[in-house]
Design a protein around this ligand. Structure first.
Ligand code: PBG
Length: 344
């Protein structure tokens, strides 16, 4: 134990002299010591499951870039919600892939009370009233150019987009959404949506702000999932946050808190753990991360190739988000992780 270390390279002190007798490995010796000192845990209560929608009935489609994830019609989305509820997953989040013919410059279909996202909310709430439904309120699934806002002369116009999003949020609340999640990054949208919801009698409907959404390359597979990969012209850098910035993210989140957000979200997840940490420390608000499509697909693809243990990497990535300060995580792994967590 106390043997001298080779004097030719070291000073001649024993390890106990170096550490003062403190040995971190004592607590790591056994499974039971590791469990006793464990600081963070992942539970089913931390999971939100994003689901992709297509119109029609009893139909599902694979998404090539997201192995194991499918798009489903509203009736099958209700079935998925049932499955999630049975496993104890608290909430799902829905994302529509609407008919190309319905997409236009202004994303007008977002204002159709019975559009795909609202139809799905009704079907889900009817089948499983106890599960939380979180609806995204950006325009990108509805526009012919794949941008989150209204495009005029090459510019995503802020204020006009905000008015439209607020109206859409009211329709989503009418359909039964419990939480509205604006993912568009327009200025002032949280306050405008809060006002509109209150005015329409939905003061109980919450807002989960995509407070710090980064102009990220990790959204690639999602664009295939909602059918915008061939539509999107240019990029979203004029409204999403620059990946180089973190003070800016805190300032942006502060505005959302002031405007009335109930919950904050960081997106993507794993590359932005520092932002999760800063927001949680600064605001003490319920804080979420969106483990986005690219993060999911990287793990899946590597696992399919036998390059890493997929289950282990999945659980580690989710736990890392918890450790950074997340209260919950939107993840395409939700069902798979819940099944693992429910195993005795
Ligand atoms: C846009 C939106 C995006 C995602 C959800 N809503 C980003 C984008 O397409 O630019 C990404 C989700 C993912 O990658 O899993 N409002």
């Amino acid at each position: 134990m106390n043997r001298r270390i080779d004097k030719s390279v070291l000073t001649g002190r024993t390890v106990d002299e170096i550490t003062g007798g403190r040995r971190m490995r004592r607590n790591r010796r056994f499974d039971w010591t590791r469990r006793l000192v464990r600081e963070n845990t992942l539970s089913v209560d931390d999971l939100i499951w994003p689901i992709f929608l297509i119109p029609g009935e009893n139909r599902s489609e694979d998404i090539k870039a997201m192995p194991g994830v499918e798009r489903v019609t509203p009736d099958l989305a209700a079935k998925k919600a049932e499955q999630a509820a049975e496993l104890g997953i608290p909430a799902i989040a829905t994302f529509p892939n609407i008919d190309i013919a319905l997409r236009d410059d202004t994303g007008s279909n977002v204002l159709a009370p019975d559009n795909l996202i609202n139809e799905a909310t009704r079907a889900i709430k009817k089948a499983v009233p106890e599960i939380g439904v979180i609806t995204d309120v950006a325009l990108d699934p509805f526009t012919s150019h794949g941008h989150d806002g209204i495009l005029r002369d090459g510019v995503i116009v802020n204020d006009e987009t905000v008015a439209q999003l607020a109206a859409a949020a009211v329709l989503q609340a009418e359909a039964g959404a419990d939480i509205i999640a604006p993912s568009d990054m327009m200025d002032g949208r949280i306050g405008a949506i809060r006002d509109a919801l209150n005015e329409a009698g939905f003061s109980d409907v919450g807002i989960m702000s995509y407070a710090t959404k980064y102009a990220s390359g990790f959204y690639g597979p999602y664009r295939e999932a909602i059918g915008t990969q061939d539509l999107l012209k240019g990029d979203k850098r004029s409204y999403y946050i620059d990946p180089a910035n973190s003070d800016e993210a805190v300032r942006d989140a502060a505005l959302d808190v002031e405007e009335g957000a109930d919950m904050l979200m960081v997106k993507p997840g794993l590359p932005y753990l520092d932002i999760v940490w800063r927001l949680k420390e600064t605001f003490g608000m319920p804080t979420f991360a969106y483990q986005v499509s690219g993060e999911y697909s990287m793990i899946k693809a590597a696992a399919q190739n036998g390059w890493l243990d997929g289950e282990r990497a999945m659980m580690e990535s989710l736990l890392a988000l918890k450790r950074a300060g997340c209260d919950g995580i939107l993840t395409y792994f939700a069902l798979e992780a819940a099944k693992l967590l429910r195993q005795p």
